[in-house]
Design a protein around this ligand. Structure first.
Ligand code: IPM
Ligand code: MG
Length: 365
């Protein structure tokens, strides 16, 4: 797509469970405000995923949802899960729907940027001097590793044993590390690969391949490796030293939740799940927050920022993506806060926060 060109995009919404529908609605309004301001046309279609889909159809990801997603230009997802579907003996789980859509669409790379907003440095439980200057892009492998290995239960000597296999192929590591290298070339040209190569064979393969891909294809990128346990420590002792961090599925899941405390709230962090070819999927990194669902107090900013990533990565609309990010920054600059980041200020609710952002988008035109 050429810059300035009219874009007619089909966006599938997967609101999901808990606060999902509330926050996706606000992100949809922000996208609509962008379409109005820049003269594009976005059409939206809602589909089911997660617990609500189980209730309705018995399936956390009905075929109809998959087909709609395949036909879309991009997908915006809220969150899945909740205590209602948590019974360990249940036939299926909401999370199965999320894992399945990632796998079905080949979304092997999950981008999770961690860049604390200057006005929110005091919302973090960490000291200001530790988080100042933090700007990390996590690239988490999303369709392989232990999440997708063979699993089950067997009887061993009269005792029940459960197992999950962790596998990575050379090709799976190559493509995600390559994507991390490409991202680093547009940033500060540093890649840190995180593994557990002192224990796991899978990590030794990961390390070999990661080193080769960066050395051969990105000679200008400074590369290092860190063991995952040490990384957990570095992330809170000197997070500003990292640029792009690439790692496997489960390590990435855990480290990005930890990293979310740098900006102070999970409610601010978007993510993009990308693969080739086909639509990308965009979602906040937080969950469905069933404890606050329906109260109108959830922070919609992570999902609104995910819609900015959608514009940037799936629709190639850079100015439009920047406009959303600028609108969010201006609303925070003005001091508006949802309860999760209020830190003593008078908080605003979900729809008010959404309205402030859409107004800021419209006002800037
Ligand atoms: C995430 C979530 C999911 C994951 C769950 C809900 C399956 O924690 O996107 O980080 O583990 O990938
Ligand atoms: Mg997670």
């Amino acid at each position: 797509m050429i810059k300035g060109e009219f874009v007619d995009a089909k966006i599938v919404l997967l609101p999901g469970d808990g606060i999902g529908p509330e926050i996706v609605e606000q992100a949809q309004l922000a996208l609509q405000a962008i379409a109005n301001r820049f003269g594009h046309q976005f059409s939206f279609e809602s589909q089911m995923i997660g617990g609500c889909a189980i209730d309705e159809t018995g399936n956390p990801l009905p075929d109809e949802s998959i087909e709609a997603c395949r036909a879309a230009d991009a997908i915006l997802l809220g969150a899945v899960g909740g205590p209602k579907w948590d019974d360990p003996r249940a036939k299926t789980r909401p999370e199965v729907g999320l894992l399945k859509i990632r796998k079905e669409l080949g979304l092997f790379a999950n981008l999770r940027p961690i860049c604390p907003h200057a006005d929110l440095l005091d919302a973090s439980p960490l000291k200001r001097e530790i988080i100042e200057g933090v700007d990390i892009l996590f690239v988490r492998e999303l369709t392989g590793g232990i999440y997708f290995g063979d699993s089950g239960r067997r009887n061993e000597g009269g005792q029940e044993v459960a197992y999950n296999e962790m596998n990575y192929s050379v090709g799976e590591v190559e493509r995600v590390v390559r994507l991390a290298g490409e991202a680093a070339m547009k940033r500060n040209r540093r890649v840190t690969s995180v593994d557990k190569a002192n224990v796991l064979e899978v990590s030794r393969l990961w390390r070999e391949v990661a080193e080769r891909v960066i050395r051969d294809e990105f000679p200008e990128v400074q590369y290092d490796v860190v063991l995952v346990d040490a990384m957990a420590m570095h992330l809170i002792s000197h997070p500003a030293d990292f640029d792009v961090v690439v790692t496997g599925n489960m390590f990435g899941d855990i480290l990005t939740d930890e990293a979310s405390m740098l900006p102070g709230s999970l409610g601010l962090l978007p993510s993009a799940s990308l693969g080739e070819p086909g639509p990308g999927l965009y979602e906040p990194i937080h969950g469905s927050a069933p404890d606050i669902a329906g109260q109108g107090i959830a922070n919609p900013l992570a999902t609104i920022l995910a819609s900015a990533m959608l514009l940037r990565h799936s629709l190639n609309l850079q100015d439009e993506a920047n406009a959303i990010e600028a609108a969010v920054a201006s609303v925070l600059d003005e001091g508006h806060r949802t309860p999760d980041i209020a830190a003593g200020r008078e908080p605003v609710g979900t729809t008010t926060m959404g309205k402030l952002v859409t107004d800021a988008i419209a006002k800037a035109s």
